[in-house]
Design a protein around this ligand. Structure first.
Ligand code: SF4
Length: 103
């Protein structure tokens, strides 16, 4: 179900819930509303860009950004901003990796 990982207004980034990861304890998004990181259905492109920019700015000062980004790429996380990467950015990276010839 594609929207299962989205969180409601006023919630927190799912990186902070239901996990045994220790790095999450240092996440800069701990005190931020999750709707900065996850947009609503039907979000307009300009609103999305503005929201994602706000999220990426929070990630830029996060001490566990590398761990978070690694998690998002490995899983992969399909929705939301994780580790300073957007949904579209991760999707583009995945497509690039799939299209690259094996080394
Ligand atoms: S990198 Fe961003 S999404 Fe990941 S834990 Fe830090 S603030 Fe949260």
């Amino acid at each position: 179900m594609p929207n299962q990982r989205r969180v409601g207004r006023g919630g927190r980034h799912p990186v902070l819930r239901g996990s045994s990861w220790t790095w999450q304890e240092h996440a800069a998004c701990r005190s931020e509303p999750a709707d900065i990181f996850f947009g609503p259905e039907g979000e307009k492109p300009a609103e999305r860009n503005e929201r994602e920019q706000r999220a990426v700015e929070i990630c830029a000062r996060c001490p566990v950004r590398q761990q978070c980004q690694g998690h998002a790429v490995r899983l992969p996380e399909t929705y939301g901003v994780w580790g300073g990467t957007t949904e579209a950015g991760r999707q583009t990276s995945r497509r690039g990796r799939l299209a690259s010839p094996a080394a």
